[in-house]
Ligand binder design. Structure first.
Ligand code: XIL
Length: 371
């Protein structure tokens, strides 16, 4: 049995240890070179932020984020299911916090996203009439985009409206509102948020067929006299298989339309996957081979990941006249959605920082590319 006295001294020692570790954490974070500084003359460096990060639950994490990134996209909280949970009810609490977070740490916010067929509020399923969908669509854009005009830099106005072959995806919006719904979304956003940049965002829209559809969609918006400022390429790619040529052609072709080009959700998958892209409804069944790196990433894969990131950033820099932002979909490997999609509970390594916010070889390659 331990005496009261020894319990007290044990807890004092423990507290001391925690303090030292925390201070070292802070000091360590300061000793890591800053990405936002390294690319400050080139393009913005962004990250996706989850609830805990937006609420600043851990001061060290906040400090780390503020040092590394000057742009942020909420990973979930501005999606319609979360910000507009009931027909007449909006929940702005965390989105307002995010705006404050941005102000405090000089981080510009990209709103994500006004119109998307996924993560829709439950009540949408019960709506069958075209009028009600139109009312939702109009009120949602006016209310949400209007509230944050002048407070955030930009919106992903529409997310993932295209199929792989470049045709329009059959979403509830296409079915109820018709082919022009994307233009309409931008028109409404332009009215509600005249001071906010307006973007179209998708995955695989660097692939030739989908890119052609994306260009046609953008031209249609422009022909209607409606403002669109940029196009986001999500950038959910695979290690050893990053489509550099398609990416470069896309930057050039989107840039030729007079648009800013952004890489909005960058991560590089290192685990086995039998399909490409980022279709959130797509799942894969787990098997004996699906989670191979629970004890760490093999050096060959680590080096390939670093080489891929290096080549990507060299390409972004080559076109820095058009590329305005590169956003990682998460701060570190532990937080990445790829640990749970398309298979739940895997150990993934898609980002520049490891689970303890320590830089990986890919980080140093990216940093070197900035020089
Ligand atoms: C993902 C989030 O990271 C997850 O937390 C959520 O469960 C599903 O959505 N394309 C997008 C993002 O535009 O909004 C998705 O984010 C990833 C794919």
């Amino acid at each position: 049995m331990l005496s009261n006295k020894s319990i007290t001294s044990l807890s004092t020692a423990l507290l001391l240890l925690i303090n030292v570790a925390t201070e070292q954490g802070g000091a360590l974070a300061q000793s890591i070179p800053s990405l936002r500084d390294a690319f400050k003359n080139d393009f913005g460096i962004g990250t996706a932020l989850n609830n805990a990060q937006i609420e600043e639950r851990d001061p060290q994490t906040t400090e780390f984020i503020a040092r590394q990134f000057n742009m942020a996209t909420p990973e979930n909280i501005m999606k319609s299911a979360l910000i507009h949970p009931k027909w007449d009810t909006y929940n702005f609490e965390l989105a307002d916090k995010l705006v404050e977070f941005g102000k405090k740490h000089k981080i510009k916010i990209n709103g994500h996203t006004l119109i998307w067929h996924s993560q829709l509020p439950m009540f949408i399923r019960g709506i069958k009439s075209q009028d009600s969908i139109r009312t939702f669509f109009t009120d949602h854009i006016k209310t949400v985009a209007g509230r944050y005009d002048g407070k955030i830099l930009s919106w992903d106005v529409v997310n993932e409206a295209l199929n792989e072959d470049g045709t329009m995806r059959k979403t509830v919006f296409l079915q109820q509102l018709g082919d022009d719904y994307v233009t309409e979304a931008f028109r409404l956003a332009q009215q509600a948020a005249p001071k906010t940049e307006l973007y179209y965002n998708d995955y695989n829209n660097e692939q030739p067929a989908k890119r052609a559809g994306c260009i046609a969609l953008i031209k249609k918006i422009q022909a209607a006299g409606v403002r669109i400022d940029g196009v986001g390429i999500q950038g959910h790619w695979h290690v050893g298989n990053v489509p550099f040529k398609d990416i470069e052609e896309s930057i050039v072709q989107y840039g030729a339309l007079g648009l800013k080009v952004m890489f909005t959700e960058l991560d590089i998958e290192v685990l086995p996957r039998n399909f490409q892209g980022a279709e959130v409804s797509q799942r894969m069944t787990a098997n004996a081979e699906s989670n191979p790196y629970t004890n760490g990433l093999p050096d060959t894969v680590q080096q390939q990941l670093a080489a891929d990131y290096e080549a990507l950033f060299k390409l972004f820099l080559k076109h820095k006249d058009k590329v305005t932002r590169v956003t990682f979909w998460g701060v570190n490997d532990g937080q990445s959605w790829l640990n749970n999609w398309p298979v739940r509970g895997r150990t993934n390594y898609p980002l520049l920082f490891d689970r303890n916010n320590q830089p990986k070889p890919a980080f140093y390659k990216v940093l070197a590319a900035s020089k």
